[in-house]
Design a protein around this ligand. Structure first.
Ligand code: DC
Length: 219
C-alpha cells in the first residue's frame, strides 16, 4: 500500500494537534505528535535539574531514550520506558521543550525516530520543522497559523477548562516568547516550507479547517 505522509507545522496554539488528530482519524492513519517528544526531553531535564539551554544537555543524550506507543489510538510518549503523557501537558514543560529543542543534538536524535515512523507507515505528523526538515518529501504540507491574540485566547480557554486560571496577557507573552525562540533558533527553525499551503485559522471553525485540509490532500 502507498505510504502517505502529511506534515502539519505552525506556531504554538494554531490548532495543529486538534486538526492533525482528526485528519489522522478520518484517513485511518496514525497521528505523530513530535512536540510531545521534545516535551519528554524537557521533563527529563526538569527531573534532573539540568538547564535546558545549557551544554549539560549534550552529556545526558545517551541516558535518554524516547519512544512512542499507542493506546486506544492515543499516542503515549515513553521516557526511558516510563509513560510520561500525564506529566508533559503544561506550560512549564512546553517552554522547557522549546528551550531544549534548540539543541542540535537533541533534534538529530528525535528526528531519527520521527523519520523512521514516517517511513514504515502513513502518518499525519505535526511540529515545527516537519515540512522543512524532517519530511521534506511529505505528500502534503500544511502550515497552520492564527493571530497571536486568537492563539492566546484559545490557550487561555484550554487552561481554564483544566481548572488552571491564568492571565490572558501573560499567556500571550509566553506564546510570543516561545514563537520567537522556535523561529529564531539556528538549526531547523519554525518556518513555512516553500511548498506548504498556509491556512490562517483565526476565523475558521475546526470543521472548516478540516475540510480545507482534506480538500488540499485530495488534490
Ligand atoms: O507543539 P508543542 O507545543 O507540544 O511543542 C513544544 C515545543 O517543542 C515547541 O515550542 C518547540 C519544540 N518542537 C520543535 O522544536 N520541533 C517540533 N517538530 C515539535 C516541537
Amino acid at each position: 500500500m502507498e505510504i502517505i505522509n502529511i506534515a502539519i507545522d505552525g506556531p504554538a496554539g494554531a490548532g495543529k494537534s486538534t486538526i492533525a488528530k482528526k485528519i489522522a482519524k478520518k484517513l485511518k492513519i496514525i497521528y505523530v505528535d513530535t512536540g510531545a517528544m521534545y516535551r519528554a526531553f524537557g521533563l527529563y531535564c526538569k527531573r534532573h535539574n539540568i538547564k535546558c539551554s545549557s551544554d549539560e544537555v549534550n552529556s545526558v543524550l545517551d541516558k535518554i531514550d524516547i519512544s512512542i506507543d499507542y493506546v486506544d489510538g492515543e499516542q503515549q510518549v515513553l521516557l526511558n520506558n516510563e509513560n510520561v503523557n500525564e506529566f508533559i501537558r503544561n506550560e512549564e514543560i512546553g517552554n522547557m521543550a522549546s528551550e531544549v529543542s534548540a539543541n542540535k543534538n537533541v533534534r538529530i536524535k528525535l528526528v531519527e525516530l520521527q523519520r523512521k515512523l514516517a517511513k514504515k507507515q502513513s502518518v499525519v505528523m505535526d511540529g515545527r520543522d516537519i515540512g522543512t526538515y524532517v519530511l521534506p518529501e511529505a505528500t502534503t504540507k500544511i502550515y497552520l497559523t492564527a493571530s497571536v491574540d486568537t492563539r492566546a485566547k484559545r490557550r487561555h480557554m484550554e487552561l481554564q477548562k483544566k481548572g488552571i486560571i491564568t492571565d490572558l496577557q501573560s499567556t500571550k507573552d509566553e506564546i510570543t516568547n516561545r514563537d520567537n525562540r522556535d523561529m529564531n533558533r539556528e538549526f531547523a527553525p519554525l518556518k513555512k516550507a516553500d511548498d506548504a499551503i498556509e491556512i490562517d485559522t483565526s476565523h475558521l471553525s475546526i470543521d472548516e479547517v478540516i475540510n480545507k485540509v482534506i480538500s488540499i490532500i485530495g488534490k
